[in-house]
Design a protein around this ligand. Structure first.
Ligand SMILES: Cc1ncc(COP(=O)(O)O)c(C=O)c1O
Length: 381
């Protein structure tokens, strides 16, 4: 048996939707993008959604809409996909890293004060692996210090915190629809928000900064979503609750059956959070296991279990942030205030990086596959 860790779920609705677009001859800025935006905004519980070409661009556009100026600092967690930080640099900002917690693997609100400087303008909490960041203390800190909050929701479609859907908890939410996510449009992204003026700005920003047929009033980009992607997105959005339900159910069963395995820690989820388990993330105690996480991954693969294995280094160690490989853009915009990334050492990030893997938890997993994953994991114990 070989148990795959993830695969997009595409049915006739997506295929027929794409075929209709192709036959229609209208591929850009049409009715499907508009409908997708409206339905996605309703799903999140916000006034507006602006669909774009990918999740990284969604973060960059959100920062632009918040009027990020060259050299402004944005606090981001030091363990996530790197583009949470590169989106800041692309828009002229400087990422400042904060630690994450062992509870939710997301931004540690108690580390925000340390990261704060007179140049700090905003915070990007990431709802890592589908587990909501602890938004109340993050929002409180932001309010007290006049900062904006852009949620990175690339891994949290349908995640909830205190009954509210991720993407409605800060000033804006930035989603990715990359193929492995809870729902996909192939490539794609969307920004969710309540501010109508900023939604207008975003629509211009994603379309060459056009403010009229012949005018470019702001420095924009081509970051539009196609009608083809929106047609896929409309069908996927219909499926999202069902897919999440099945992924959560498979995850709960596996977690329940492996929770006493001594070399791993299963996700800890408080009552007020609905975790959508983009990953069934387990933290490995390498000493108890008697092998490294890097050794465990090929071992499991040989046994027929594919795992997720990413984000293995603290972001502050990335070559484009310091030394010879430093991004000239970052150097220019940070000037004398370039953080000393190379000498950073955030204790939780250092301990967690490289020690987390994701077990298979596909919505379409069979009972046989679930039983097999549990058996193999318990056998190692
Ligand atoms: C946490 C996080 N932020 C941002 C992104 C960027 O999204 P995209 O790949 O659509 O640009 C991703 C996804 O890949 C992600 O996982």
């Amino acid at each position: 048996m070989y148990v795959k860790v993830a695969s997009p779920f595409i049915g006739d609705e997506e295929i027929n939707g794409v075929a209709e677009v192709l036959r229609s001859g209208r591929y850009m800025s049409g009715p499907r993008v508009e409908e997708f935006e409206k339905k996605f905004a309703d799903f999140i519980g916000v006034e507006h959604a602006v669909a774009v070409s990918n999740g990284t661009f969604a973060i960059q556009a959100a920062l632009a809409a918040m009027d990020l100026q060259p050299g402004d600092e944005i606090i981001v967690p030091a363990l996530t996909f790197f583009s949470t930080a590169t989106a800041v640099i692309h828009q002229g900002g400087v990422p400042v890293f904060a630690d994450i917690t062992f509870d939710d693997f997301s931004l540690d609100a108690s580390d925000l004060q340390r990261a704060l400087t007179p140049r700090t303008k905003g915070i990007i909490p990431v709802h890592y692996f589908g587990h909501s960041a602890d938004m109340d203390p993050i929002n409180k800190f932001a309010k007290e210090n006049g900062l904006y909050v852009i949620e990175d929701c690339a891994q949290s479609h349908g995640t909830k915190y205190n009954g509210k859907v991720a993407g409605s908890l800060g000033d804006m939410g930035a989603f990715s629809f990359f193929a492995t996510k809870q729902m996909t449009t192939g490539e794609g992204g969307i920004i969710t928000l309540n501010d109508g003026d900023k939604a207008d700005f975003l629509r211009s920003f994603r379309s060459h900064g056009m403010t009229g047929r012949h005018d470019h009033g702001i420095l924009g980009y081509n970051g539009r979503m196609t009608e083809i992607s929106a047609a896929i997105g409309l069908a996927q959005l219909e499926r999202l609750d069902g897919l999440n339900k099945r992924r959560i159910s498979a995850t709960h069963e596996i977690m329940k059956r492996i929770k006493d395995v001594p070399w791993l820690t299963i996700p800890q989820v408080p009552q007020h959070i609905k975790h959508t388990y983009f990953w069934l993330h387990i933290l490995i105690d390498e000493e108890k296991l008697g092998m490294t996480t890097a050794e465990l991954i090929p071992y499991l693969r040989e046994k027929g279990i594919e795992t997720r294995n990413r984000y293995v280094e603290p972001l502050y160690k990335q070559p484009i942030l310091s030394g010879e490989g430093i991004s000239p853009l970052l150097k220019l915009f940070a000037g004398d205030n370039l953080p000393d990334y190379a000498n950073m050492n955030l204790p939780n990030v250092e301990k967690i990086a490289g020690s987390v893997i994701g077990l298979p938890n596909r919505p379409d997993m069979s009972q046989e596959e679930i039983d097999y994953v549990v058996k193999i994991i318990k056998e190692i114990a």
